[in-house]
Write a protein that binds this ligand. Sequence first.
Ligand code: PFF
Length: 467
Amino acid sequence: MGRLPSRRYASEDLHIRGVLGGGVAQASRDQWSSSFGFFAAAVGSAVGLGNMWRFSYLTAEKGGAAFVALYLVFTLVIGIPVLLAELTLGRGAQKGPIGALAHFGGERWKALGALFVVTGFLILSYYSVIAGWTLRYALESLTVGIPRDAAAHFGSVSEGADAFLFHALFMAITMVIVGGGVSRGIERVSVVAMPLLFVLVCALALYGATLENSAGGYRYYLNADFANALSLDVLVAAAGQAFFSLSLGMGAMMTFASYLPREAHLTRESWVIASADFGVAFLAGLMVFPIIFALGLQGAVGESTLGALFVALPGAFAEMGGTGRFVGLLFFVALVVGALTSALSLFEVVVSAAIDELGWSRPKAVLIMGVLVTLLGAGAAWNIAVLDLMDQVANNLFLLAGGLALAVFTGWVMDEPIAEARAGLGSSRGLGIWRFLLRWVVPPVLIFVLWHSVPATLENLWMFFAG
Ligand code: PFF
């Protein structure tokens, strides 16, 4: 999936940077060592639980292919423009969100950057709880096997001390890698993890095709019933998913782009990242639905919830005996790998902000922020309803509002975004359309979506706290 041969980035790039907008060369700042390194890390950020767990459960809950089609449209019309905006801001300023927004918009934009960092903090704290479940399931598949009564098992491990323990373990792994730095930690892991994940997902999708009775799964997944599926609720979910899946609206891609040299070709990067992200989500559907239908578990799909994937699929694997256990192992390893590379980017947002804005050393930032994220995740680990709520608040409010602010900032506030985006080896093709979308399409679409998602999310919050 890479664009080989990979270009190595010369360290001299550090010194030729900064033509436009005064991007500042900082000799001490880490940098990706090759274009493939950045690509692997960025795709690693995008591809994660969002593609496998969230995409599948939303597709099931929101009526199959019509949801998928909408999600694709949102990816094209609002996802890619905002992705390119994030890459442009990050590379141009050579800073994470707080510094980048201040660089291009002045000090008062720092607050938005700070909000992004808080969002990263919030998402990572519950994302890591789910990642902890996948880690546990992978270890269990390898050792004792997942019990046949998958629903009871999920009930006992998804909340409470066990869930917290695996969340903390997952956070510890994330901390070790991010502690290693950008090129020596995140990049080194991503260049191995991403190809591995891709091979695993392809293999599992092919396996799904070999199962008897899988046809119903494909039919469910690929037959669009727009008449029944097009509702505001589906629209909001598809927009939120487009942002979540591409890691947009909170400066993760901006942070990663801040370690890019000037020569990086941003328009191409954004297309390739978005295609890889959608491709993996689509493949994940091709693996999940046939397996579930082949085993007659479509009931679990119909009443899909956050936990369905952790109940229906392990149940299915357990029914299949030895093969199932092996397939289950591959499946959960794929989930762990995807979750880990995404968590790296979430954590890097928080860590780089502490380094840039508070002047902390990387080890100090990793340690303090890692412990805080782990503690904040305790709520989600103790109660799945809290996790669900955090996911809704993060996606339906923060990411969408963040995306809106980014589009307005890049489209209306920033000087010469087009020149900044095409700096280096970039081309101008399509950049006029990009700015048009950022100005006239992304904001109205997101305002419309927020108009509906804000009251619904606040109501859910209210209901939760009012008991
Ligand atoms: N894109 C990741 C996924 O699909 O699992 C989740 C994510 C990572 C969201 C990083 C936001 C982010 F900044």
